[in-house]
Design a protein around this ligand. Structure first.
Ligand code: XMP
Length: 521
C-alpha cells in the first residue's frame, strides 16, 4: 500500500525505486522544476500504482544486474498506463527487457565521467550538444535493442547509451541525468517532464501551504491533534502549519528534559506561546530525567532512558488533555523513504524514531498526521520562511533528542549541565557574531570530565575540559571538521576559561566523520 498522503497535486511523477543511491536526487531535481514527484518501492502492486493515477513514471537505477536471480522485476503493465516512462540505468534494462531486447555484463565497467555522442532527432536529449559530459555508473549494458526503439546516444563504452520509442512513449538512458556531473542532466529531465509529459511547473511552496491547510482541515474535521514540539525546525514548522489549519484544536506538548541548550525552554515557551499564540503545554520534567540518569555513563543506556522517559511523560500529558483524535509528527520525506524502500542503500540506513511499531499501528488506523512527509529539509526551511517564521528558528542547527546528555561524557549531573550550557552558549554566540553560523552544519561544546592543571591569577587550578566541535556537512552522514578562524577560536577559548566556572582548558576537535562521529557519544 502506498502511504496515504494528505494532499498531493493531481499532476505528479512517480519514481519507482530500484535501490540506487541517486533515487532521491531524481525526485529532488524534478521538484526543482516545480513538478511534484514521489518515490515508491519498485515492488508496489500495479493496482496501487494505477490508483495513484501518475502523470509519468521514472524507473530508477539500482545496484543489481538484471539477470541476477533475485534482481528486482516489475509488471510489464507499467508500460500500459498510457503515460510516458523513463528508465535510468537499471531502469533502462527494465525497459529493454520488457520490449524484447537484451542487456548483460559489459566487458569493461563504466563508473564516473563519460562522454556521449547525441543523435539530433532525440526528443529526450533535445537541445543538448553533439558531445555531452554525463555520469555513468554501470556494469551491464544493452546488448540487443528492444523492438521499435531507436538509439539516441552512444558512449565509447556503451554503443546504446540512450534509446526512445515515440509510439509507446518510453525512453531510457544509461547515464544519470539527476547527478550534477551530467552537465546538461537537468535539461534532459526538463525535456521529459515538460515536452514529453506535458506537465506544468505548478508545485510551489505557496501551493503546498494552501493545499495542505485545506487537506488538514478536511481530515481533522472537528477533531483534536496532539503534537510533540521540540523547538527544532521540523516540529515547529509542523506546529505552525497545523495551527493555520485547525487553530487551537492543536495541542502541543513541549517536554523540558533538563538537557536543553541554555535558556532554550524559556525561548520556546516565549516564542510559541506568547508570539505565535500556540496552544502549548509546557512540562518541566527535568528532575525526573536527571534522577533516571543518575550514575549512568554508557551512551546507549542514556539514549534508551531518555527515549523511554520522553514517551512516558508525553503519554501522561496526553491523558491529562483527554481524548485526542490524531497524533502529528514532523516526519520528513527522507525519513519515510528510509523506512519504506526494501532494496539498496535506502534500507541500510537506521530505522527511524517516527516509524516505531506503536506509530506504525496508528498510521495504519489513519490517526497520524505528517504534513511535511512530502518535503526535503531545505523545502521545510523554505516553507517555514513562507509561513513567516523567524529565520533564527528556521536555520537552527540540528540538536539530538538526548540533548546534552550525549555531550557530557560520563555521568550527567546538574553541575555539568550548567557548565556545558554556559560554554556552549558562548561558542554559538561567537560563531554567530563572526557570521559563520549558517556555514556550519553544527557547532557546539562537549563536556569532558578530565581534570587538568591550570594557573589563574597566580593560583593553581584543577578543572574540567571543554571541547569545541564544529562541522560542515550536507546530510550528517559524512562530516568534516570546520576550519574556524584563529581569532574566533581564541575568543571562544578566552571567554570560556574566563567566564565559565569549572573549566580551565578548551580544545578543538579535528576529527572527521567517518571514522569519528559528529557527537562524542
Ligand atoms: P553522529 O554523532 O551519529 O550524528 O555523527 C549524526 C547526526 O545525528 C544527530 N544525532 C542524534 N539525533 N538522537 C537524535 O535525535 C540521537 O540519539 C542522536 N545521535 C546523533 C547528531 O546531532 C547529528 O546531527
Amino acid at each position: 500500500m502506498i502511504e496515504h498522503n494528505l494532499s498531493v497535486p493531481s499532476e505528479r511523477v512517480l519514481v519507482l525505486d530500484f535501490g540506487s543511491q541517486y533515487t532521491q536526487l531524481i525526485a529532488r531535481r524534478i521538484r526543482e522544476l516545480k513538478v511534484y514527484t514521489e518515490i515508491i518501492p519498485y515492488h508496489t502492486p500495479i493496482e496501487d500504482i494505477k490508483r495513484e493515477n501518475p502523470s509519468a513514471v521514472i524507473l530508477s537505477g539500482g545496484p543489481s544486474s538484471f539477470y541476477e536471480e533475485d534482481a528486482p522485476k516489475i509488471s510489464k503493465e507499467i508500460f500500459n498506463l498510457g503515460v510516458p516512462v523513463l528508465g535510468i540505468c537499471y531502469g533502462l534494462y527494465v525497459v529493454v527487457n520488457a520490449f524484447g531486447g537484451e542487456s548483460g555484463g559489459a566487458t569493461s565497467r563504466e563508473y564516473g565521467r563519460a562522454f556521449i555522442s547525441v543523435n539530433s532527432n532525440s526528443r529526450l536529449l533535445k537541445g543538448l550538444g553533439q558531445k555531452e559530459q554525463v555520469w555513468m555508473s554501470h556494469g551491464d549494458k544493452v546488448l540487443q535493442m528492444p523492438e521499435g526503439f531507436v538509439v539516441t546516444a552512444s558512449s565509447d563504452n556503451a554503443e546504446i547509451a540512450a534509446i526512445e520509442n515515440h509510439n509507446v512513449n518510453v525512453y531510457g538512458v544509461q547515464f544519470h541525468p539527476e547527478v550534477y556531473h551530467t552537465t546538461n542532466g537537468l535539461k534532459v529531465l526538463e525535456n521529459f517532464v515538460f515536452d514529453i509529459c506535458n506537465l506544468k511547473p505548478t508545485w510551489t511552496m505557496e501551493s503546498f501551504i494552501d493545499s495542505s491547510v485545506d487537506a488538514i482541515a478536511k481530515e481533522v474535521g472537528n477533531g483534536t491533534v496532539l503534537l510533540g514540539l521540540s523547538g527544532g525546525v521540523d516540529s515547529s514548522v509542523t506546529a505552525v502549519l497545523l495551527q493555520k489549519a485547525i487553530g487551537d484544536r492543536l495541542y502541543c506538548v513541549f517536554v523540558n528534559n533538563g538537557l536543553l541548550r541554555k535558556d532554550e525552554e524559556k525561548q520556546v515557551v516565549e516564542r510559541f506561546k506568547k508570539y505565535m499564540n500556540l496552544n502549548l503545554i509546557y512540562v518541566d520534567a527535568s528532575e525526573r530525567f536527571l534522577a533516571r540518569l543518575k550514575g549512568v555513563e554508557d551512551p546507549e543506556q542514556k539514549r534508551r532512558i531518555i527515549g523511554k522517559e520522553f514517551i512516558d511523560v508525553f503519554m501522561e500529558e496526553a491523558q491529562k488533555i483527554g481524548r485526542f483524535d490524531f497524533l502529528a509528527q514532523g516526519t520528513l520525506y527522507p525519513d519515510v523513504i528510509e523506512s519504506v524502500s526494501t532494496k539498496g542503500p535506502s534500507d541500510t540506513i537506521k530505522s527511524h524514531h517516527n516509524r516505531v511499531p506503536e506509530v506504525i499501528k496508528l498510521i495504519k488506523s489513519g490517526k497520524v498526521i505528517e504534513p511535511l512527509k512530502e518535503l526535503f529539509k531545505d523545502e521545510v526551511r523554505e516553507l517555514g520562511v513562507k509561513l513567516g517564521m523567524p529565520e533564527e528558528l528556521i536555520y537552527r542547527h540540528p540538536f539530538p533528542g538526548p540533548g546534552l546528555a550525549i555531550r557530557i561524557i560520563g555521568e550527567v549531573t546538574k553541575e555539568r549541565i550548567k557548565i556545558l550550557q554556559h560554554a556552549d552558549d558562548i561558542i554559538v554566540q561567537e560563531v554567530k557574531d563572526a557570521g559563520l553560523y549558517r556555514n556550519l552544519w553544527q557547532v557546539f561544546g562537549v563536556f569532558l570530565p578530565v581534570k587538568s592543571v591550570g594557573v589563574m591569577g597566580d593560583k593553581r587550578t584543577y578543572e574540567n575540559v571543554v571541547a569545541v566541535r564544529a562541522v560542515t556537512s550536507v546530510d550528517a552522514m559524512t562530516a568534516d571538521w570546520a576550519y574556524l578562524p584563529e581569532d574566533l577560536l581564541r575568543r571562544i577559548s578566552n571567554r570560556i576559561i574566563n567566564e565559565v566556572k569549572g573549566v580551565n582548558r578548551v580544545v578543538y576537535d579535528i576529527s572527521s566523520k567517518p571514522p569519528s562521529t559528529i557527537e562524542w557519544e
